[in-house]
Design a protein around this ligand. Structure first.
Ligand SMILES: Cc1ncc(COP(=O)(O)O)c(C=O)c1O
Length: 435
C-alpha cells in the first residue's frame, strides 16, 4: 500500500518535471524577461503596440514605491498625493502588508467559494464590527461591489412588487464601468456609445432636496449616493440632504445605498464617511482602500435585509480569495493599531488650513477647498482646467489628480507625515502661482 503511494507520487513528480521542462522550452519563444529593466520610451512603445488604448497616460512609469514616495524608471523621487486614486491607503510597500502577502502566499491563495474560507470570514466579521452592517459579500473591485448592490436592489424590489425597479442616482456621480454601474453613473461621457443601458434609472441633482422628493416613489427600489462625490468634483453631500434621503427612502420602502468605494476605510477620518453624519444606509459598497493596492471589493448589508440574497443569487470566482482577504484584514488591523484615523484627522486639519491660506493668496484662481479627511478638492475658477496642472505638478515631482474639469484632487496615503505635506504644499503653491 505504502509502496503504491510512493510509486504514484514518483510518477506525478516525473510528470511535473516533464511539464516544467516543456514550459521552460516554450518560454524561450515568449519575449518576456522579468529581470529586464525597460526605459520609459520602451515601455511606452510596447504599451502603444500591445494594449488597447483606453487610458490617457502621463509620461512617467513608476518602478518602486515606499511609504508616501514613488520612484520612476530614472530613479526620480515623487511625493504621492494621489495614492493610485485613493487606493494605497497605507502607502507603498507597507512592511506589515508585505509580510502578510508573503505569509499568506506561502500558504494558500485561492480555493473558490465552494469551500469555507477563514480569511473571508474573519474579514467579514471585522467589517461588520466597524460598520452598521450584519452581512458581507466579497468582490474584486468597486464596480463589482456596485453590481452586487444593483442586483440586490432589484431582487429586493421584485420581492415586494414587480414594478418596484427604479433606481435613483446623482448627476455627476461615478459608480464604475461595467454595465450596471455605468448605467447608474450620472455622466453622459461614460454612457455615450454603449447603449442600451439598464432601464429605469433616474438622475437627480446632488444636495437638491426638491428633486429628491420628486423622484423617489413607491416604485423606487434604491437610491444610491456617494457621501462625498469623488469623480464628480470632491463634493460632500450635506447632512440635511442625507437626512431627507433617509426619511424619503423609509417612507417609500426604498433601499438607501452608499457607494463608499472612494470614501471608505478611513479616507475621510472615520472608517466610513456616513459615520460623520446622522444617517445610516441599508447597503454600502467599498473597494479601493480596503486592499491598500491589492484588488478587493465588498458589499455590506444591514441586518434588516439579510434574507434578500440566497444560495445562487450572486457569486464570484475570485471574490473573497484567501490572499485578498488576508490583506484586507491586515489593512484594518494596521489602521486600528497604528492610530491611522487619528493621523488622517490631524493631517487633514493641517492641509485644510494651509490650502485655505493658499486660496486666500490667489482668490482669482481658487474658488474653494472642499472635501473630508484626506480626500480634498482644490476647486479652481470655472475657466481654469485642472488637467494641465496635474501634468505640471508631475514635472515638479508631485503626483496629484483631477476630479471633474476644474477640480484638483488630493488623496495622500492615510499615513502621510506633516513634513511630506510641507513639501507638497510648497509645490502646490508654486503650481497655483504659475497659472
Ligand atoms: C465612488 C466610486 N465608485 C465606484 C468606482 C469604481 O471602482 P473600480 O474602478 O474599482 O471598479 C470608483 C472608482 O473610481 C469610485 O470612485
Amino acid at each position: 500500500m505504502k509502496k503504491d503511494k510512493e510509486n504514484i507520487v514518483n510518477k506525478l513528480y516525473d510528470i511535473e518535471k516533464i511539464r516544467t521542462e516543456n514550459i521552460k522550452k516554450e518560454e524561450k519563444n515568449i519575449s518576456y524577461n522579468p529581470e529586464q529593466v525597460l526605459s520609459l520610451n520602451e515601455i511606452k512603445s510596447l504599451d502603444e503596440k500591445y494594449l488597447l488604448q483606453v487610458y490617457a497616460r502621463m509620461p512617467v512609469s513608476f518602478v518602486y514605491g515606499s511609504g508616501e514616495f514613488l520612484y520612476d524608471t530614472e530613479g526620480n523621487e515623487y511625493i504621492d498625493f494621489l495614492s493610485g486614486i485613493a487606493v494605497n491607503s497605507l502607502g507603498h510597500a507597507n512592511a506589515d502588508i508585505v509580510e502578510t502577502i508573503r505569509t499568506q502566499a506561502d500558504k494558500l491563495w485561492h480555493t473558490s467559494n465552494l469551500y469555507y474560507n477563514s480569511q473571508q470570514a474573519l474579514l467579514a466579521r471585522a467589517l461588520v464590527e466597524i460598520s452598521f452592517s450584519a452581512k458581507v459579500f466579497f468582490a474584486n473591485s468597486g464596480t463589482e461591489a456596485n453590481e452586487a448592490a444593483i442586483k440586490f436592489a432589484r431582487a429586493y424590489g421584485q420581492k415586494m412588487n414587480t414594478t418596484k425597479t427604479k433606481i435613483i442616482a446623482l448627476k455627476s456621480s461615478f459608480h464604475g464601468r461595467t454595465f450596471g454601474s455605468m448605467s447608474i453613473t450620472g455622466q453622459s461621457k461614460i454612457h455615450d456609445g454603449f447603449g442600451p443601458l439598464l432601464e429605469n434609472i433616474e438622475f437627480i441633482e446632488a444636495n437638491n432636496i426638491k428633486s429628491l422628493e420628486k423622484a423617489v416613489n413607491k416604485d423606487t427600489c434604491a437610491l444610491i449616493l456617494e457621501p462625498v462625490l469623488g469623480e464628480g468634483g470632491i463634493l460632500p453631500l450635506e447632512n440635511e440632504f442625507l437626512e431627507k434621503a433617509r426619511e424619503i427612502c423609509d417612507k417609500n420602502k426604498t433601499l438607501l445605498i452608499f457607494d463608499e468605494i472612494q470614501t471608505g476605510i478611513g479616507r475621510t477620518g472615520k472608517y466610513f464617511a456616513y459615520q460623520h453624519s446622522s444617517v445610516t444606509p441599508d447597503l454600502l459598497t467599498i473597494a479601493k482602500g480596503l486592499g491598500s493596492g491589492f484588488p478587493i471589493g465588498a458589499l455590506l448589508v444591514s441586518n434588516k435585509y439579510n434574507d434578500i440574497f440566497d444560495i445562487g443569487s450572486h457569486g464570484s470566482t475570485f471574490g473573497g480569495n484567501h490572499l485578498a482577504c488576508a490583506v484586507g484584514y491586515e489593512v484594518l488591523r494596521v489602521i486600528e493599531s497604528g492610530k491611522v484615523l487619528e493621523n488622517v484627522n490631524n493631517i487633514s486639519e493641517y492641509l485644510f488650513t494651509h490650502l485655505n491660506n493658499i486660496k486666500n493668496g490667489f482668490p482669482e484662481k481658487i474658488q474653494e477647498i472642499r472635501g473630508k479627511g484626506l480626500l480634498i478638492g482644490i476647486v479652481l475658477k470655472e475657466n481654469i482646467q485642472a488637467r494641465p496642472l496635474v501634468a505640471k505638478a508631475l514635472e515638479k515631482n508631485l503626483v496629484i489628480g483631477r476630479a471633474s474639469d476644474n477640480v484638483i484632487r488630493l488623496a495622500p496615503p492615510l499615513i502621510v507625515r506633516i513634513k511630506t505635506c510641507d513639501r507638497a504644499l510648497e509645490k502646490i503653491e508654486e503650481l497655483i502661482s504659475e497659472i
